[in-house]
Design a protein around this ligand. Structure first.
Ligand code: B1M
Length: 211
């Protein structure tokens, strides 16, 4: 669908003034919300990631595109919301300490909301104590998601799992981890319950736990 290609191009080229109406037009034309995300916004951000890798894009271009992608997601948000339905479960998510990347984490949060979960989005640079206090303060939290995009911040995932154990709350929650450098073997090594390669997979995993 050419509208999705326009959305993809809008993210890549950072068209802040146009993205909202492009996404709205796609919705008006009954494009499925997941397709607008996967084939438009997320695919656009993958192109941006490739250009960054190739040295064609620098920080300002990447930030501009990230902002445009978020603007597109904001238009979709009401169409993702689970409404008044009782949430399947409460899920707390954050990017671990030292890590400021939040595009993928926010995407996971938004898509889980859309799939009927109550999501507590803690933000970025979240230390293990904050994850612990979130679980202690919110007895309904049944799952926690940790995001890391840097190899240097992955150890913070282990610190967080260890801190949950030390605080005696580890058995109350399922721990999900994700982010570009994270792997299943790393999840096994640090004692996380699930490794989610992407947002769609995270939804499937949570749905299998909280059927
Ligand atoms: Co950064 N950065 N960055 N960056 N950045 C990477 C990650 C990098 C791979 C780029 C590269 O060099 N090729 C590299 C990391 C190298 C490494 O450690 N191996 C890198 C670096 C080095 C850095 C800095 C150190 C650069 C510098 O300053 N010298 C710096 C670090 C800042 C910090 O965090 N302390 C930095 C800064 C930035 C920006 C601020 C410019 C910007 C972030 C803006 C923002 O997030 N608000 C940025 C960006 C955008 C990227 C790239 C280009 C794109 C990341 C992204 O948003 N992808 C990235 C290159 C790349 O990944 N190829 C790169 C799109 C997003 C939808 O995918 O985040 O993978 P992703 O999320 C996916 C899955 O991973 C998964 O689901 C998501 C959706 O499907 N997932 C989860 C993620 N979290 C999950 C949690 C879950 C489940 C699934 O819980 C249940």
């Amino acid at each position: 669908m050419s509208r999705l290609k326009d959305i993809l191009a809008g993210v890549v080229e950072g068209k802040a003034g146009e993205i909202g109406s492009l996404v709205q037009h796609a919705l008006d034309e009954k494009a499925p919300v997941n397709e607008i995300i996967d084939k438009g916004l997320v695919r656009g951000m993958s192109v941006v990631a490739d250009r960054w890798k190739e040295g064609e894009y620098f920080v300002p271009e990447v930030l501009r595109s990230a902002k445009v992608m978020q603007m597109g997601m904001d238009v979709l948000k009401p169409h993702l919301a689970g409404g008044e339905i009782k949430p399947r479960a409460t899920f707390a998510i954050g990017t671990v300490k030292g890590d400021l990347h939040d595009i993928g984490k926010n995407l996971v949060a938004l898509m889980l909301e859309g799939a009927g979960y109550k999501v507590i989005n803690l933000g970025i640079d979240i230390d293990s104590a904050r994850f612990v206090s979130c679980i202690q303060e919110n007895p309904k939290v049944q799952a926690v998601g940790l995001s890391a995009l840097l190899t240097t911040t992955m150890p913070e995932m282990k610190n967080t799992v260890d801190a949950l154990k030390e605080a005696g709350v580890r058995d109350r929650v399922k721990v999900f981890i994700g982010g570009a450098p994270v792997t299943q073997s790393f999840a096994d090594e640090i004692g996380a319950d699930y490794y989610s390669i992407d947002a769609v997979y995270a939804i499937d995993q949570l749905n299998s736990v909280f059927a």
